[in-house]
Design a protein around this ligand. Structure first.
Ligand code: ZN
Length: 186
């Protein structure tokens, strides 16, 4: 659980730090508003992907399962600024599959905390490997980082793309190509 009182104190200090008048009308409730908002956007800290991946179904067909275009919002741990985009998550079951919504839930668990994009992809892939006993997992994340696009030379809309492969996907380039091929189909 986030400590809302601490967040309120910190936001008040932050506002003072940038030279604001914390008592003016528009800012009066800002510390409290941010504290309540942080409770939601960091909710993943109190959750485990195992809660979502525990209920599995038996499957005969052990081919690639791909859940693509999972929209997520996260917070960069270096700048406390949002990064957001889409995650494409694939795994190769070993007799066990989960409901497709559970993959999106797993993305949420790892997005709703302070993150770096590469680590988020790795955590999602590892969750599928460890908790489903998948034969392989592959996660591609495409995201826009506000800490990059709001300042400096980076153009708005520029995206950072990261890829993580585990198990069979790491060993077999043909499987990786199947992933890319499946992504391109609408
Ligand atoms: Zn950043």
């Amino acid at each position: 659980m986030v400590n809302k009182e601490k967040i309120k104190e910190a936001v008040t200090l932050l506002l003072e730090g940038i030279g604001e008048d914390v008592n003016r009308e528009g800012l009066k409730d800002t510390p409290d508003r941010i504290a309540r908002m942080y409770e939601e956007i960091f909710a993943g800290m109190d959750q485990k992907s195992s809660e979502h991946l525990a209920k599995t179904f038996h499957a005969e067909n052990n081919e690639i399962v791909l859940e693509k275009d999972i929209v997520f919002y996260s917070m960069c741990e270096h700048h406390l600024m949002p990064f957001y985009g889409k995650a494409h998550v694939a795994y190769i079951p070993d007799g066990k599959v989960v409901g497709l919504s559970k993959i999106a839930r797993t993305v949420e668990v790892y997005a709703r905390r302070l993150q770096i994009q590469e680590q988020m992809g790795a955590q999602i892939a590892d969750a599928l490997m460890d908790e489903l006993g998948a034969k392989g997992a592959m996660v591609m994340i495409e995201a826009e980082h506000m800490c990059m696009t709001m300042r400096g030379v980076k153009k708005p809309g520029s995206k950072t793309v990261t890829i993580v492969t585990r198990g069979a996907f790491a060993e077999d380039e043909k499987l990786q190509n199947s992933f890319y091929h499946m992504l391109q189909r609408s």
